[in-house]
Design a protein around this ligand. Sequence first.
Ligand code: MSP
Length: 559
Amino acid sequence: MPPERFYVTTPIYYVSGTPHVGSVYTTVMADVFARFHRMLGIPTFFLTGTDEHGEKAQLAAEARGISPAALCDEYSAVFRSLFARYGVSNDDFIRTTEPRHERTVARVLGRMHAQGDLYRASYEGFYCTRCETFFTDQAVRDAGDACPEQPVLHGKIQRLSETNWFFRTSKYAPELARRIEAGEMEIVPARRRQEVLGLLRDVQDLCVSRHRSRVSWGIPLPFDPEYVCYVWIDALFNYRTATGYLDDDAARRADDAAWWAHATHLIGKDILKHHTVLWGTFLLAMGEPLPRREFIHGWLLDERGLKVSKTQLAGAPAARTPGAEELLAVVGRDAARYALVTAMRGAEDAPFSWNLLRERLDAELANGFGNSVNRVVRMIHQSCGGRFPGLDVNSDVNADVNADVNVRAKVDAGARAAAVREAALAVPAAVRRLPDILDVHEVLGAVRAGVQEISLFLDEEKPWKAAKDPANLPRVGATLATALEALRLLSLGLHAVCPEKMAEFRAVLGLGAEPCFEPESRWGLLAAGAPLGQPPGLFPRFDDAKFAAAVPDAAPGAG
Ligand code: MSP
């Protein structure tokens, strides 16, 4: 049974710098999941946005000599525009500085305080400004006096002494562990579950305030205006603000509860603890259910094996990681999306460089799916008058001319044609399984296997050669029809990743831009005699000239 709804979120992005391919990665993955669910007819709500409060944004604004509000407006617009150009189909874009969100957070804090889950205590310890997190002495010592999360990138960190407000994480952690063990919040991939349970065995109460003298850019604690709220408690509740949590309007609140029961958070592994230990205990304190699922991915790595970040754009051009804008400029929207989605099989860390993505795009899109479509459509124009020939030799559009040869040709294209059909039908079958397991690689693997099967079939049947003898035309027609019908089914698996290109292909077939999964997931949809458009040239090979123009430090011909 498909789920009734799908609510998918990305982390909200810090506004202290421009987006890089790592930021676009999570958002494009969420978009792909959203599009698959919509294609299956499952009501979907897709949320992304920007995380605008906190010391990081305040310091970045100071460094530029502008107000934090101006900085947030500027970068939030940069993220929004980039995501739109990557074809991201989010239903809402939340900014944590919006009044709707500040109201929700104030209400949450008020309730936590009223029920005794927040208390005042003094604190002394290490604090990393870039993570906006306190760390234990032991953790910092183990990391060589550096930030335990990012020792290389964030470096040495300072010791602070402050009176602060704390949340009773330790009160709720055992219950959270019990619920995760009972499977209430699914963790994908499953191997991360043990990691989360390990984190829950070693929790300390969380410092949820920052004194105004140090951080002023935040939501004030409603019960103690000397302090602003710690950015993570503020940030995590974005997932509920957008759907209407604690709204004055009862209909909005009901809507929120309905979406929340089907929430999937996509996150990078660096924010696993925040989305499990912190988020889970906050929700339990508010008497709320846990999200249905957390999908955790690794990092895109640069050529040195380090996490790609906004500060790392150096190295030999061909080996280095593309910037988010460059990637779009060189390969175009849909190929850029495909390169990102296929970078990280099994949600593990993966290198991401011009060289690697060039190889994959040329093999899988240009020479693979794109070339198959062009060849088959071109041959139908050459040999079958540009009309879909029909899957059966007897439904050949030239049947009246070839009546006497049809009987002979009906020996059929045999086992290979059956294998093509089976490989093609494996694609919608994988799409149907996606809501359960979120395995986009299973779908794309089925697409690649289908392309290969079609290629073997064409090599065996050689329609380009057979078509020279008119007596073979019925069989040539059936061969090309089988190949094209299979490509149509394969395109259902690519649609969520490359929506524009698949819409172009569908236009050649006379189909509307958006597929209607039932009945399109069945074999035999294209009608014999239907006119076809011209070969669409979907995915050109990697273009050295475009690459050299868009990547100024590129050596001639590098790529
Ligand atoms: N603002 C917090 C999230 C709050 S969610 C309530 C944050 N922002 S971030 O901008 O630093 O990171 C956002 C997401 O981008 C994270 O999931 C992070 O893992 C992801 N990525 C950042 N660099 C990445 C790579 N190099 N590779 C893949 N994803 C990475 O954390």
